[in-house]
Design a protein around this ligand. Structure first.
Ligand code: GAL
Length: 658
């Protein structure tokens, strides 16, 4: 199977989305000159060029793309060539309105923006396949072609009639009989029983709360329907170029695609990362996305998009202070990225994204943004050979699962203040702040390589996943599990006793009598810390140790944190310091060490292959003591016993062996 390695060939790929169709061709020569200056070796082309290539049904205008790819090849710049199928031309919507998506209210989503296609539409799929076929045939042997990029950020949802039929077919293969579907969806409730398949709809706007199992299946279906669009195009390009790796770019922590399942269908796993420059946890968020994507990729992965400066889709769009782009870029590399790309190369002058930054901003080649980009390009060239292809390892896994996420968003739950993604981020932060290297894993996956496994929250757990967790602990693994886990099965059906019985036995819980969610800002006293967001009325079975009990209030004296051997259950959300302390303590017991001891706050240490990356997320300089003799690959200077990092500073240290 082709991989990122084939495209990177011992380098870090560096570049970005390149949309030269927005510029007169004279500008292209300037583009490649500046790309070469900045060390750009890869650009993503064609993402939004459907209307340029096929200006009317069946037409093919490849001349400009021929000239562009020839130009790139002549300058040794590789092309990540996109199938332009995420933004159909206006003629398609005008001629075939049935290709346009409909909202859950039945409203038509018009063309005039992007991503306006119904994933179930056979007409859309036919046009997309025909164009992909011709694109792949034409450029299969082009020397610039290094990676196929299918579509862009698959994120469309549709509730139209075509989708309804497709959904029914999907349900038919999942359940075979209507009885099985009625049982799985619990349609005895509120007179929802279906008598024929034709009655079943996508969960459209309804009078009151909708059926949560139907919604869960619709989310599964939508991820699968989009994946069919992806695999159809992937199979076409792979037939023409079996040696060229294929990817599609994920949105970060995006609920619409089960990224574990999608990643299995990709040669390269790529993601678009846009931490907010003003978010005090931006560095950890970036680390988390890197850990997640690396885990999905099972190795080196690709930053397909990031921003060199401000984005244009937040309420207030802040630029990146000097040094932050470099810091987050090298952080991604430290955490396994072998490709570091931006949206986009040259900042647009027109259109909805003209206020979104580019590598080459409106300030031009003398602008601060471009100077920083040039520096990053030069540094990647320095370290590329040593870094590319090397691994990042971790003793700890955080479990993450789309089914559980989807089930956690349903209406009518105990607290709408509980956010699955925030919990994942909060628990990951507990480890990140303790300097512990982390991966992500699926609840049903092989956990044997990890000394410690964390479950921030998995409301839905299937039987196989439950058995997997139990077997992991029985095999000596350390499991720390957050509240409201194992509550429903894969049909979203409640498991009696407030939690799966096998898990209750694992943690020493006889019954979960009630969930006691907390109001915003409220806390519940516990031994040694305050809990937030949630608490639980647990009746222990006597086999577990109460590590901390609730103090005061209704739950006074009942266990808040339980431990039975190496299985821990945390029934509230401890504040950040307490969570960090708890995870740090359990990690130490499990033999998990931080990457480097005694780091100043805000400094992150990551080992990748033989290199040690030090990254200062603080706004002031930091001094780091080192346990040996190193050389900083970025400066060539010795770092014996310690190194000084400027604000947002980075050192990439190689061991000096005697
Ligand atoms: C991504 C998208 C790009 C661009 C970017 C702006 O979601 O793939 O095309 O719109 O956001 O941040």
């Amino acid at each position: 199977m082709p991989s990122l390695h084939d495209a990177a060939r011992g380098r870090i790929l560096f570049g970005g989305d390149y949309n030269p169709e927005q510029w007169p061709e004279e500008v292209w020569a300037d583009d490649v000159r500046l790309m070469e200056e900045a060390g750009v070796n890869s650009v993503t082309v064609g993402v939004f060029s459907w209307a340029m290539i096929e200006p009317r049904p069946g037409a093919r205008e490849f001349g400009w793309l021929d000239r562009l790819l020839d130009l790139l090849a002549a300058h040794g710049i590789g092309a990540v060539l996109a199938t332009p199928t995420s933004s159909p031309p206006p003629w398609m919507g005008a001629l075939h309105p049935e290709t346009l998506p409909r909202t859950e209210d039945g409203a038509l989503v018009n063309y005039g923006s992007r991503q306006h296609f119904c994933p179930s539409s056979p007409v859309y799929r036919r046009y997309a396949a025909a164009l992909t076929e011709d694109l792949a045939a034409r450029y299969a042997d082009h020397p610039a072609l290094t990676v196929w990029h299918i579509n862009n950020e698959y994120c469309t949802h549709c509730w139209c009639d075509e989708t309804a039929g497709h959904f029914r077919r999907w349900l038919g293969s999942r359940y075979t009989t209507l009885d099985a579907l009625n049982d799985a969806w619990g349609t005895a409730f509120w007179s929802q029983r279906y008598d024929t398949w034709a009655e079943i709809l996508p969960p459209r706007r309804a009078q009151y709360m909708r059926n949560p199992a139907q919604e869960l299946d619709f989310k599964r279906f939508t991820s699968d329907a989009l994946m069919e669009c992806y695999t159809a195009e992937r199979d076409i390009v792979a037939r023409h170029t079996p040696h060229i790796p294929v990817t599609t770019n994920f949105m970060p922590l995006w609920s619409g695609q089960d990224a574990w399942a999608w990643a299995e269908q990709e040669d390269i796993v790529s993601v678009d990362v846009y931490p907010d420059p003003t978010d005090p946890h931006g560095g950890q968020y970036n680390a988390m996305l890197a850990d997640m994507t690396r885990s999905q990729a099972r190795g080196p992965w690709m930053v397909m998009e990031q921003a060199a400066g401000p984005v244009n889709w937040r309420d207030v769009n802040h630029p990146k202070p000097a040094g932050l782009n470099r810091l987050w870029s090298l952080q991604a590399v430290a955490r396994g990225a072998d490709a570091l790309c931006y949206f986009q190369w040259r900042q647009s002058r027109q259109g909805a994204e003209k206020f979104h930054s580019g590598m080459l901003s409106h300030a031009g080649e003398e602008g601060r943004t471009f100077r920083e980009v040039r520096r990053i390009g030069a540094e990647l060239a320095l370290i590329g050979a040593e870094v590319s292809g090397t691994e990042v390892t971790a003793d700890v896994a955080v479990l993450h699962d789309w089914d559980a996420w989807w089930s956690s968003t349903q209406q009518g739950r105990p607290s709408s203040l509980v956010s699955y993604t925030e919990l994942v981020q909060t628990w990951h932060r507990g480890l990140w702040e303790s300097g512990i290297s982390t991966e992500f894993a699926r609840p049903g996956g092989d956990l044997s390589a990890y000394r410690m496994v964390l479950v921030p929250q998995l409301q839905l757990l299937g039987d196989a996943a439950v058995d997997n967790l139990v077997a992991y602990v029985r095999g000596g693994g350390t499991l720390v599990c957050g509240f409201f886990t194992g509550v429903v099965d894969t049909d979203d059906r409640i498991r009696p006793g407030g939690m799966d019985a096998r898990l209750r036995e694992l943690f020493g819980i006889r019954t979960v009598h009630e969930w006691w969610p907390l109001d915003a800002g409220a806390t519940v006293g516990c031994d040694g810390f305050d809990g937030t967001l949630w608490s639980e009325e647990l009746e222990p079975d006597g086999s577990a140790e109460t590590v901390a009990a609730y103090r005061g209030g209704e739950l006074d004296g009942l266990p808040a944190v339980l431990r039975k051997g190496t299985a821990w259950y945390v029934s509230t959300l401890p504040g950040p310091e307490a969570l960090r302390g708890l995870l740090g303590r359990v990690a130490a017991d499990a033999g998990v060490r931080p990457v480097l001891e005694g780091l100043p706050p805000g400094v992150e240490a990551v080992r990748r292959g033989a290199l040690l990356f030090l990254l200062n997320h603080g706004r002031s300089p930091a001094a780091v003591e080192l346990p040996g003799r190193y050389v900083d690959l970025l400066t060539g200077e010795a770092a014996d016993g310690g190194v000084e990092l400027e604000r947002y500073g980075v050192a990439v240290l190689g061991d000096v062996r005697a």
